[in-house]
Design a protein around this ligand. Structure first.
Ligand SMILES: Nc1ncnc2c1ncn2[C@@H]1O[C@H](COP(=O)(O)OP(=O)(O)OP(=O)(O)O)[C@@H](O)[C@H]1O
Length: 281
């Protein structure tokens, strides 16, 4: 029988040759990936590349179809995942869609500590209520505490969900497309907040999933590029977020600018091709 390698306690995510398959299709993999305590990762790729599938593995919501997954120093398949999940902060559209519209923002954040969604009649501990208030304040959302979730704008919702994800003081924070649906101002506000969080030595390890390099907060340290379930590149962010790697990932020629710690990408402008296209029309 194959022996399972013992987990390395310094690695929050430790995947070795992991595959996730459904109905004969590989959603992501094979992936070998290690995330350490002080790292801030961005996982970037086009629609359908396997980003959410990878996040579900990292969030202990899926077991690998093959390979070995160690999450927070525990072997997936051997650990009780209900004990593991409170140690992981998660913000995703799947979670957001399950929040009742009449949920009070303050309750929504504080109830994460009790692993419940939906209003709860028990009294919360004063320390928990205080922590929820502090987290909302750190995300610029303390004024929303008495509002219902259904009345918030998309940008406000995203910030409240991140506060909720941090409520349990998780060791690992997973953010699936936190800037999706935000306008320019909302995106910039969120990028700035996440950059502040990334710089906080007490913050958990962070993995942020996105389609856009413009959404990478300054201070993020590592990146993985995914395409059709496979890893195009991974490692230190400046080595990975490059024009050739992005061109490969998005299957077109990409020009990249790196300004003040931010990345900006666009399709490489080719006047000849543009003229030819106009002529064809
Ligand atoms: N349960 C499933 N059964 C079959 N195919 C699935 C299942 N879940 C996801 N897929 C497929 O696996 C691929 C990867 O999906 P995934 O959601 O991980 O991609 P993604 O990179 O997060 O995409 P997006 O950026 O569009 O959210 C997609 O082609 C998707 O249709």
């Amino acid at each position: 029988m194959e022996r399972v390698r013992e987990p390395d306690p310094d690695l929050l995510i430790d995947l070795t040759d992991v595959d996730l398959r459904r109905e004969g299709k590989t959603l992501v993999g094979p992936v070998t990936w290690q995330v350490e305590l002080d790292e801030r990762w961005v996982v970037l790729g086009p629609n359908g590349a396997g980003k959410t599938s990878l996040m579900r593995l990292a969030a202990a919501q899926e077991y690998p179809s093959s390979g070995t997954a160690h999450i927070l120093g525990e072997v997936m398949g051997r650990v009780d995942v209900s004990e593991l999940r409170p140690r992981i902060g998660l913000s995703s559209s799947a979670l957001a869609s399950r929040i009742p519209a009449d949920e009070l923002v303050g309750d929504l954040v504080v109830s994460a500590g009790y692993a419940v969604l939906g209003r709860w009649r028990e009294q919360y501990d004063a320390m928990d209520t205080e922590r929820a208030a502090e987290l909302l304040e750190s995300l610029g959302a303390d004024h929303l505490r008495d509002r219902t979730y259904g009345t918030l704008s998309e940008g406000e919702r995203k910030r409240v969900l991140i506060a909720r994800a941090l409520m349990t003081d998780p060791e690992l924070l997973l953010l699936d497309e936190p800037a999706a649906g935000l306008d320019l101002g909302g995106r910039e506000e969120l990028v700035a907040r996440l950059s502040t969080l990334a710089a906080d030595p007490d913050a958990p390890a962070i993995v942020l999933i996105t389609h856009h390099v413009e959404e990478i907060p300054p201070g993020f340290t590592h990146a993985m590029l995914l395409k059709e379930g496979g890893v195009v590149a991974q490692g230190l962010i400046d080595d990975v977020i490059t024009a050739p790697n992005l061109s490969e990932t998005f299957s077109q020629s990409i020009t990249l600018d790196h300004v003040d710690g931010r990345y900006f990408a666009r399709r490489t402008f080719s006047p000849g091709r543009h003229r030819q296209h106009a002529y064809e029309q």
